[in-house]
Design a protein around this ligand. Structure first.
Ligand SMILES: [Zn+2]
Length: 308
């Protein structure tokens, strides 16, 4: 074979190899979400077949207390993007899942590591020296921020940015989806604020500090939590203390979740005469809460029922 023929063979081979590695259509991004609320919002941003989402934590569990299960590790090992609440909400199990997945894309600092707490104004940030004696899981501030629907919008913006970074060619579509999500949530927030107007300034308390973002957005007061430290069940002294405070301040509602429906919360309710309300605050944790907007709406409408 002469020199020219070698060139032709070389070029033909190069073209064949290039074609075999060029996808004919773009595959959806493989996204893993730590929670059902994040998964709902991410599906909205990736609408139109742009993403394929799987969720790690089921809807009806306490997000702070999970194990790094093999199926979580397997899902994470194949992900292009990992979406998480951050701010220590999943610190008990997610770092181990990430490590065991051996997927460099979703490690801290990787192209697909997407911590949604970034650019959220966290409440209850501890001051001074931080130690585990101050409680579990809230050492960077309160991570239950998804219960403020305007934080839901901020989460959606962060998700749009994470998707666009990895999949720049679809950025316009992610942005368009974000716009329609923002509009839907703004309208919902406005209508719920109107419904809540007559109850502005009323006082409630919660068991674990899960409701501070919801009550703040919808103008209720929440002066203390029954747990004096997040994740530490209250002892007899704390139970006596909060029972007295609830009676003195004529607080009629104690809020908790199905996964924090503890005997201590029930005891305080019984002794103080306040009503214990169990609210499912995670998307799909009850039939009335099967989407993120419906979950927020269900919380507010249930509160209204008991605040009257
Ligand atoms: Zn918590």
């Amino acid at each position: 074979m002469n020199y020219r023929k070698w060139i032709v063979v070389f070029l033909a081979g190069t073209i064949c190899i290039s074609l075999s590695y060029t996808p004919l259509f773009s595959a959806p991004l493989r996204v893993v979400s730590s929670t059902t609320d994040i998964a709902y919002i991410a599906r909205e941003i990736g609408k139109g077949g742009l993403v394929k989402i799987s969720t790690l934590a089921p809807a009806k569990v306490n997000l702070h207390y999970l194990d790094a299960r093999p199926d979580y590790i397997q899902k994470t090992s194949r992900a292009d993007i990992l979406l998480l609440l951050g701010a220590e909400a999943e610190s008990n199990w997610l770092p181990l899942v990430i490590r065991q997945s051996r997927n460099s894309k979703v490690r801290v600092g990787g192209s697909g590591y997407c911590d949604l707490s970034r650019s959220i104004s966290l409440l209850e940030k501890p001051t001074g020296k931080i130690s585990r004696d101050m409680g579990d899981f809230h050492l960077s501030g309160n991570p239950h921020y998804w219960l403020d629907p305007l934080n839901g919008i901020q989460m959606a913006r962060n998700i749009m940015e994470c998707f666009s970074k990895v999949d720049a060619k679809n950025q316009k579509r992610y942005k368009k989806n974000l716009k329609s999500f923002e509009k839907k949530i703004m309208n919902l927030t406005q209508s719920l604020l109107t419904l809540m107007k007559p109850y502005a300034g009323k006082t409630v308390v919660d068991y674990h500090s899960e409701f501070i973002y919801l009550t703040r957005r919808f103008r209720l007061k929440l002066p203390f939590h029954i747990e004096d430290k997040p994740g530490f069940p209250p002892g007899p002294k704390r139970i006596r203390e909060v029972t007295k405070l609830i009676r003195q301040n004529k607080i009629s509602l104690i809020l908790t979740t199905p996964w924090n429906h503890t005997s201590a919360a029930a005891k305080v309710a019984k002794k103080s005469g306040a009503k214990l309300i169990i609210l499912p605050i995670q998307t799909s944790s009850s039939p009335e809460s099967n989407t993120y907007p419906k979950m927020i709406e269900n919380c507010i409408k249930t509160l209204i029922k008991y605040l009257q």
